[in-house]
Design a binder for this molecule. Structure first.
Ligand code: SF4
Length: 65
C-alpha cells in the first residue's frame, strides 16, 4: 500500500506532464501552477512505491523521509 503522505514531488523537477496522475490519480493532482502535488489523504492499495516513484520520467517523485 502506498499513501500520499509517503511521497513528495520536487516542483523544480516537475514539468507538469501529467503522467503520474494518469496512472495514479488517487495519489497526485495538478496544483494551480500546473505542476503535480501529492494528495496527502490519497491511498493506493495495490501500488508499489518503487513503481510510483519510477513513473515520473523527470525524477521528480521521491519517497518522503
Ligand atoms: S510525472 Fe513527474 S514531471 Fe510529470 S507531472 Fe508527474 S511529477 Fe511532474
Amino acid at each position: 500500500m502506498v499513501a500520499g503522505s509517503d511521497l513528495s514531488v520536487d516542483k523544480d523537477k516537475c514539468i507538469g506532464c501529467g503522467i503520474c496522475m494518469a496512472s495514479y490519480d488517487q495519489l497526485f493532482k495538478f496544483d494551480k501552477q500546473g505542476k503535480s502535488i501529492v494528495i496527502e489523504s490519497g491511498e493506493c492499495e495495490d501500488c508499489d512505491i518503487k513503481d510510483v516513484i519510477e513513473i515520473c520520467p523527470h525524477g521528480a517523485i521521491a519517497e518522503r523521509s
